[in-house]
Design a binder for this molecule. Structure first.
Ligand code: AVI
Length: 342
């Protein structure tokens, strides 16, 4: 019998390229032009983001690090030792590695889009922590979180630091939290193939899986404005670099000199917005005859970064079915680390 033809790697890559082309051009052609924030992260974009994390104005990285250090014992108690620590968007794995001495995970699973980059980072960690089993998974966890069966369902602790959840809308964030909760799974469900009645189990600690997550909190507008529009112009470069990336992806002809960065807090929507604003009238063209005309002052919305109050994020976790929520903040209450049982 003839086997159905499997798509080869080249065909799969072409499908991905087509999907990127379709998504990007649809965003650029919309009356309010927008692009997904994921296109901010080409190689240079990732380096510029690392530089942002060092800026005096960008408080989230160092504030989160302070909370992890200050409350390491309490956090370890909530998470529990010997877990399978699943790092979403692991990057260089530095944040998770700092937790290893206190959390003592039995297995560290690093997930990021680029598996190659992960393998280098995890390679170094294996030598430092030879007693911890380590796995690298290259996947886009924002769209699917089905983990291979080799990752034990017992004691899955997801780690999602850096307030990255803020780059989802609150509704997307809720769906993502629900997906994490489903991926935490329960040994019982798995063995018996039945769903638990979660409503009847509220408050009962019958799962040792959970989520450790960093959340940026609502604060005075000038602090947020400065964090996303720094004096050195690193965030501006990070935003403008998106146009170079789009030029490569679409064969487009964005001229960076014709655009400027806007980054500000929008208190009506509880979010920081990043835009690129046309300094004058421009027509941008890309391959296959596509084009878009921008008026002077017209903007492309490139990123939203939602901020929460302690209560509003706890409510979101509860809505997603999490329980036994612990929170830790810095003295100014600028940032929060949460642990929730799945
Ligand atoms: C990755 N993410 C959590 C950052 C944020 O703060 O929303 C991305 C960023 N954009 C501008 N500065 C930093």
């Amino acid at each position: 019998q003839q086997q159905p033809e499997q798509p080869d790697n080249c065909t799969q890559e072409r499908h991905i390229e087509d999907a990127v082309f379709t998504q990007l051009t649809a965003g650029l052609m919309a009356s309010q032009a927008s692009t997904s924030p994921k296109y901010l992260y080409d190689t240079l974009g990732s380096r510029l983001f690392a530089a942002i994390c060092e800026l005096p104005e960008y408080y989230p990285t160092r504030t989160e690090a302070f909370i992890f250090e200050q409350y390491s014992q309490e956090i370890a108690q909530a998470v529990g030792v010997g877990a399978t620590l699943i790092d979403l968007g692991a990057g260089n794995c530095v944040k998770a590695a700092k937790l290893f001495p206190d959390l003592q995970p039995s297995h560290y699973v690093a997930i990021d889009i680029s598996e190659k980059f992960l393998q280098e980072a995890v390679g170094g960690l294996k030598q430092q922590f030879p007693h911890i089993a380590m796995t690298c998974l290259g996947m886009d966890f924002s769209s699917e979180l089905e983990l291979p069966p080799s990752i034990s369902r017992e004691g899955r602790q997801f780690f999602y630091p850096g307030s990255s959840i803020g780059n989802f809308t609150p509704l997307e964030a809720l769906k993502f939290l629900m997906r994490i909760r489903k991926a935490i799974g329960h040994e019982h469900d798995h063995k018996h193939g039945q769903k638990r009645d979660h409503s009847a189990n509220q408050g009962a600690n019958n799962s040792n899986g959970g989520l450790l997550i960093g959340i940026d909190l609502i604060k005075d507008k000038p602090i947020l404005d400065a964090a996303y529009d720094d004096a050195l112009g690193v965030t501006a470069s990070f935003n403008l670099n998106l146009l170079q990336h789009i030029n490569r992806l679409l064969g487009a002809d964005f001229d960076l000199a014709g655009w400027c960065h806007r980054g500000f807090y929008n208190p009506q929507q509880n979010r920081v917005e990043m835009h690129l604003e046309a300094k004058r009238e421009v027509t941008v063209r890309w391959k296959n005859g596509g084009l878009r005309h921008f008026r002077s002052g017209e903007r492309i919305h490139t990123e939203s970064s939602y901020k929460y109050t302690r209560q509003s994020f706890i409510a979101l976790l509860q809505q997603a079915g999490f329980r036994q929520i612990n929170t830790w903040c810095d003295p100014h209450e600028w940032f929060m680390v949460c642990h929730a049982q799945g």
